[in-house]
Design a protein around this ligand. Structure first.
Ligand SMILES: Nc1nc2c(ncn2[C@@H]2O[C@H](COP(=O)(O)OP(=O)(O)O)[C@@H](O)[C@H]2O)c(=O)[nH]1
Ligand SMILES: [Mg+2]
Ligand SMILES: [Zn+2]
Length: 300
């Protein structure tokens, strides 16, 4: 029995890369008995045990899916360690609400966020400094990239080693460009592999993991670009804002929502510049949106 990771799954066939062996990739099906027992459907990113049926043809059978660290339905992936949240300075202009929502997903799924500001070459109004300032207050790492400064990809690569990293963000921010640069520099079979990452929003693709030379995997999927946080209740929303945790005194009201009550400790943090204005305003907006959903759902 071998252990491996599913790099990709298409039509009932899974590409499983052996771990701890010779890194070979086997095309596997799932054992019939597993399916009959109502087993879990394998996802890209799943750790599995598998039997090698034919070493020459590199064929095998998936035996068991090992316990998942986390999983997503859309896109269908498991075991993500890190999410690179990519925005561009301009064209398209940043969707900060999407960034905030993706940060909430990260925190709820125990995924490390990495905020990437791309297209730095187009920064004419010193926009980058403002964005950096806003998100540094979250404590999460912020990187700046541009396809015209290829040396800067080294910074990104340092964060990728040893992690499974997915890339998220609006269409057009430069995710494919970044992935191609990483593949070119840090994945071996360049020619063959990098052709598979295509530009353009209308290409239908499946989830695909690539293993980096120095360890770690990167994941190309368009699926993280739209996002809803409806599973988070409005009362819990405040727990997903790392900036809020530095309050030293309590709010006057028990159960304070921090959206406008008097003598609010979070508001105090905001007044002291510990929370950026946009972040705070979007918190209030999102709180109201979630509360509306809650009220509609439980209205008698
Ligand atoms: N000026 C500039 N353009 C970029 C940069 N990175 C990507 N682009 C361009 O932005 C467009 C969208 O890039 P793409 O990688 O397809 O974005 P994706 O939709 O997020 O995968 C393409 O025309 C790229 O050439 C960058 O750093 N600077
Ligand atoms: Mg793309
Ligand atoms: Zn408060």
């Amino acid at each position: 029995m071998s252990e491996g990771i599913i790099l990709k799954g298409v039509g009932g066939f899974y590409e499983v890369q052996e771990i701890g062996g010779n890194d070979s990739i086997y095309t596997c099906k799932v054992r019939g008995v597993h399916r009959k027992e109502g087993g879990v459907t394998p996802l890209a990113g799943d750790r599995v045990t598998f039997d090698i049926l034919d070493e020459k043809k590199k064929e095998g059978h998936i035996d068991k899916i090992l316990e998942r660290r986390n999983c997503f339905i859309r896109p269908p992936v498991a075991n993500i360690d890190q999410l690179a949240i990519v925005i561009s300075v301009v064209s398209p202009s940043p969707d900060f609400m999407l960034v905030d929502k993706l940060l909430i997903t990260c925190i709820s799924k125990d995924i490390r966020p990495l905020i990437v500001i791309n297209k730095a070459d187009l920064d004419t109004n010193n926009e980058i400094e403002a964005i950096k300032n806003a998100y540094r207050k979250t404590g999460f790492p912020v990187l700046v990239l541009s396809k015209f400064f290829p040396d800067w990809y080294e910074d990104l690569h340092k964060h990728l080693i040893g992690n499974i990293t997915a890339f998220a963000g609006q269409s057009g921010v430069g995710k494919s460009t970044i992935l191609n640069a990483v593949l070119k520099n840090w994945v071996m079979e360049t020619g063959e592999v990098s052709e598979r990452i295509q530009r353009g929003k209308h290409t239908t693709r499946h989830v695909q993991f690539f293993r980096l030379n120095n360890g770690g995997y990167i994941l190309d999927t368009p699926g993280f670009s739209s996002f809803s946080v409806e599973d988070v209740g409005h009362q819990d929303l405040q727990n997903f804002y790392p900036e809020f945790s530095s309050i030293t005194e309590e709010c006057r009201f028990k159960g304070c929502s921090h959206t406008g009550e008097p003598d609010c400790a979070v508001r105090e943090l905001y007044n002291d510049g510990k929370i950026e204005e946009g972040r705070y305003n979007r918190y209030i907006e999102l709180y109201n949106e979630l509360k509306r959903i809650y009220d509609n759902r439980y209205r008698r």
